[in-house]
Write a protein that binds this ligand. Structure first.
Ligand code: HEC
Ligand code: HEC
Length: 225
């Protein structure tokens, strides 16, 4: 099924570009694309590359070679039309999913904001290859390798991603993970994660910067209930 042309416009608008669909087909730059199954098959190579760069690659925080070519293959020799990479095939399914969300499912909602918001790769992926929440990633590590590894992973991820969009380093993530561990009666692990959260808030100098601060907040919430 050919997705609505709106999908292309959405990609273009989000990257502050002109409406790509209005450009003459295959007019400039390199060979014309020959294996487009989701984007309009007559889009120029330049238009396709803009979408690739500003929507797909930047949305996932990757370079072209994540979906095209193989390790060590120089850029100039990449066969972009090839569907060999699983990541490219998955990305195509994701493009179909987005086309359906923006073209069919969201328009069915009668009370949308102005301007209506379009879903993009980055809406879910937030600049990461897999759109995982911090508590999911740490939860997997703690289940397989224990609390020490989870805490080391936390520090590593934080160093790499602070200031970016991929992970929420606020109180919510660690509290959510601790609550999940408590539900599984994993008290020692939950305690380690809560202690990590307290170290974090101490360091970040947040308003709830100590056990007593937390207890006060908890007490206030309890009173309001
Ligand atoms: C997340 C995966 C992903 C990344 C990253 C990515 N692409 Fe693509 N690329 C695709 C998919 C999927 C298609 C096919 C789209 C379709 O079927 O409509 C495609 C198609 C293309 C095509 C058209 C090939 C043809 O002949 O049909 C070109 C050219 C291209 N990409 C270049 C690039 C460049 C340059 C970059 C880096 C700036 C890049 N891509 C990054 C997934 C990706
Ligand atoms: C509505 C949310 C959402 C949007 C929007 C979205 N994705 Fe995804 N994507 C996911 C989820 C969830 C997964 C993980 C699926 C799983 O493995 O369970 C995923 C996985 C992937 C993967 C596989 C990664 C891996 O390592 O297994 C690729 C590649 C990908 N997405 C590309 C894209 C591209 C390109 C776009 C934009 C065209 C996009 N996604 C938009 C939710 C989304």
């Amino acid at each position: 099924m050919r997705p609505p042309i709106r999908f292309v416009r959405m990609l273009a608008a989000a990257a502050a570009m002109v409406a790509l669909a209005a450009q003459p087909a295959a007019s400039q730059g390199g060979d014309a694309p020959r294996n487009l199954k989701v984007l309009p098959s007559d889009l120029s190579r330049d238009s396709v590359v803009k979408i690739m760069r500003f929507e797909l690659a930047s949305g996932l925080g990757v370079t072209c070679s994540y979906c095209h070519g193989a390790p060590g293959v120089p850029f100039d020799s990449i066969d972009f039309a090839s569907d060999e990479r699983q990541t490219k095939r998955t990305a195509r399914e994701m493009m179909r999913m987005i086309a359906r969300i923006n073209g069919e499912l969201l328009p069915a909602i009668t009370t949308r904001g102005t301007p209506p918001i379009q879903v993009q790769c980055i809406t879910c992926h937030r600049g990461a290859q897999r759109p995982l929440m911090l508590e999911d990633t740490l939860g997997t590590v703690i289940a397989r390798l224990g609390a020490d590894s989870a805490i080391a992973t936390y520090e590593r991820i934080k160093q790499r991603y602070t200031g970016r969009f991929a992970y929420d380093f606020g109180q919510r993530s660690l509290n959510t993970l601790a609550a999940r561990l408590l539900e599984q009666s994993r008290l020692a692990d939950a305690r380690r994660i809560l202690e990590l959260d307290i170290r974090r808030t101490d360091k970040d100098n947040c308003d709830t910067d100590s056990w007593s601060g937390k207890a006060t907040v908890g007490y206030r919430h309890a009173r309001q209930d």
